[in-house]
Each structure stands twice: as structure tokens, then as C-alpha cells.
Design a binder for this molecule. Structure first.
Ligand code: ZN
Length: 337
């Protein structure tokens, strides 16, 4: 049975932890930590929803170290998510659902994890929320960017404090920022690969800046101030075909440095893969999970190419992540008035 622990002070030894792999020694369960600050309502931060994504953990550790012996500028609640998977440096363990697909609004069936996230949401809503930030890493080469699930000025202002690149999306469902957006400005921040000092520093600065905000402006951002994109498709590899970045004889041979396309606006005809198999193609899925591959990819003389000018994000070279999650998302630039 999955149990939530709630704490109202930092456990002894937290600053001595060398990595989230050791967190279970202090927090054996998913843990919600509440710290009193000068202002209300509180800022909600979640880290380690994916156990291998350590930047949020280190940024929070440094943030709290900075305020040791001082009152925080604003009350803060921090959720340490998949502590168990973090112990093994894994996104999630076999048999566990993805901790960022089980928040209220999810289309997954009821399980311990959906009940856990519903419980946390209820606790946080009752406390009242200033803003919500969920911290993640990606596996491929990506710039830092924010994701929002509601197009309103305050969420955009929050995302802009982190990066001038923002992505708006409606699926997958059951993600933290989508659940929290019902109650306060909410953002998911993607801060590059795990274990990078510059990423930790950037997140620390962002969290500290939000803690110091008196309020979030409802004014529209100047149009040139943010690059806003909307996800239009999720791209996967068909189960029935073998794929590889290195083996040119695989059914689908993906370009070896494909992740350099992340956040580049690509022209139609850009090659993603080669294939000798006459039917093999990349699969694209829309928000309703309907296959729309032929709108986005075309085959020309053994090459699998982009059909429209679009921008990929979260392209990864990690073959197990591709099977578990996806190859990438495709995005269009949002018009802005
Ligand atoms: Zn993640």
C-alpha cells in the first residue's frame, strides 16, 4: 500500500544527502513537506516524479540550505515523488505507473498512485496555492523551457520567469501541471539533462525568484518576449519493427544525431530515418490518441521525412525511453496577438 508522509519540518540529515538515491533513508514514502514562510498562500513544488530526474532535488536542497535558520519569503510545500525509483536512478520501476500521468484528470484507472496524487491535490487546494512548479529533466539535447496547459497570462508570466521558450499542450493527461492549473498558475519546467550543475543553478534562481514574488501579473507578455509552441503530435516507433540509431540494417534506422533537431523549426522534407522495409514508418498520434502518421511523415526512396514544416521537442537517443514513452513531440509555433 502506497502511503503519503506529511512533514512540517525538514528531516535531520537532508543537507548531507549526496543524491536522490539516498533520499529513501530519510523519506521512505512519497513525502509532502510543508514549510512556513512570511507570505501566504504557498508555493507548491514537486520533484522526482521521475526518479532519475535529479535537478529538481538538488535545486530544492540548495534553496533550503540558503534559507537555513531564516524565514522563507513565502510558505512552501514540496512533494518528493517517486522516492523508490530514485533509489535506483530510474524514471519509474517496473510495475509502477508513470508518476506524471496519474494526477487528477488522468485517463488511467484508479490505483494507489492516482489516489495518492488526488490526496495531495486535495491537501494543496485546501491550503490555497500561489503557484505550482513541477521540475523535470529530459534525456535528449534540449534547451530549458516551460510547459503550460492553460493559455492564460499568469501561467505565461510564470513560465517566462524560467525561459523565453514555452510549450502549450493538452495531452498526455494526468500530468501535475494540468491538475494544478485548475487552481493556480502552474508550469512544468524542463531543465536539460540530469546531473548538470548549470541546470541546478538555473532552477534554483527561478524557484528563489518565484518565492520572492508578491504576485503574478495578469498582463499579457509582449509578443516578442516569448516563443510559444503547441504540441500537435506525439511520435512513436511501431512495436512490430526493430529500430536503431547505429544498426543500418534495422527496419528503421534513425539518424544518429537526431536530437540536434530539438527546438529547430524544420522544413518539410527533413529526413528522420532510413528504412529498407517497404511499410515501416514513424507513427504520429494526435491529442485524442488517433493515429495521424500520414499527416506528418512521408516516405521517399527509403527515407522517412517530415511532411510539414514543424519543430520537434524532446527527441531522445535513448532506445528504452523511446519504447517506454516516445521518440519526440512535434510542435507548431502559436500565432500571438
Ligand atoms: Zn520527467
Amino acid at each position: 500500500m502506497l502511503q503519503l508522509t506529511e512533514l512540517d519540518s525538514l528531516p535531520e540529515g537532508f543537507f548531507a544527502l549526496n543524491s536522490p538515491r539516498e533520499l529513501h533513508t530519510l523519506m521512505p514514502n512519497p513525502t509532502l513537506l510543508h514549510l512556513q514562510g512570511r507570505r501566504e498562500p504557498c508555493l507548491f513544488i514537486s520533484v522526482l516524479l521521475h526518479g532519475n530526474e535529479d535537478t529538481g532535488f538538488f535545486a530544492v536542497q540548495q534553496l533550503l540550505r540558503k534559507y537555513q535558520g531564516q524565514v522563507l519569503p513565502r510558505s512552501l510545500s514540496i512533494f518528493f515523488g517517486n522516492v523508490e525509483a530514485a533509489t535506483f536512478g530510474k524514471r519509474r520501476l517496473d510495475g509502477q505507473p508513470d508518476y506524471n500521468r496519474v494526477w487528477p484528470g488522468t485517463d488511467m484507472e484508479d490505483c494507489d498512485e492516482t489516489r495518492l496524487m488526488a490526496q495531495i491535490t486535495e491537501i494543496m487546494v485546501e491550503k490555497n496555492l500561489f503557484a505550482s512548479i513541477d521540475v523535470h529533466n529530459n534525456t535528449g539535447k534540449n534547451p530549458h523551457y516551460g510547459c503550460i496547459n492553460v493559455l492564460d497570462n499568469r501561467s505565461l508570466q510564470l513560465a517566462r520567469l524560467f525561459s523565453n521558450i514555452a510549450v502549450y499542450f493538452e495531452t498526455p493527461r494526468g500530468i501535475q501541471s494540468m491538475a494544478m492549473a485548475q487552481y493556480c498558475p502552474a508550469v512544468t519546467i524542463e531543465c536539460g539533462k540530469p546531473g548538470v550543475a548549470h541546470g541546478i543553478e538555473h532552477v534554483l534562481e527561478f524557484l528563489d525568484a518565484v518565492l520572492h514574488l508578491q504576485d503574478l501579473s495578469d498582463h499579457p507578455l509582449p509578443p516578442h518576449d516569448i516563443n510559444l509552441y503547441q504540441t500537435v503530435a506525439r511520435v512513436t516507433l511501431p512495436e512490430e519493427y526493430a529500430f536503431s540509431f547505429s544498426n543500418t540494417a534495422a527496419d528503421i534506422h534513425l539518424l544518429p544525431a537526431l536530437d540536434r533537431y530539438n527546438f529547430s523549426e524544420l522544413p518539410a522534407g527533413t529526413v528522420f530515418a532510413h528504412s529498407n522495409h517497404p511499410q515501416a514508418n514513424l507513427q504520429a498520434w494526435d491529442d485524442e490518441n488517433v493515429e495521424v502518421s500520414e499527416h506528418f511523415f512521408t516516405r521517399e526512396q527509403g527515407k522517412i521525412c517530415l511532411k510539414l514544416p514543424l519543430m520537434p521537442a524532446m527527441l531522445t537517443l535513448d532506445e528504452s525511453i523511446i519504447r517506454q514513452d516516445c521518440l519526440c513531440y512535434l510542435m507548431k509555433r502559436l500565432p500571438w496577438e
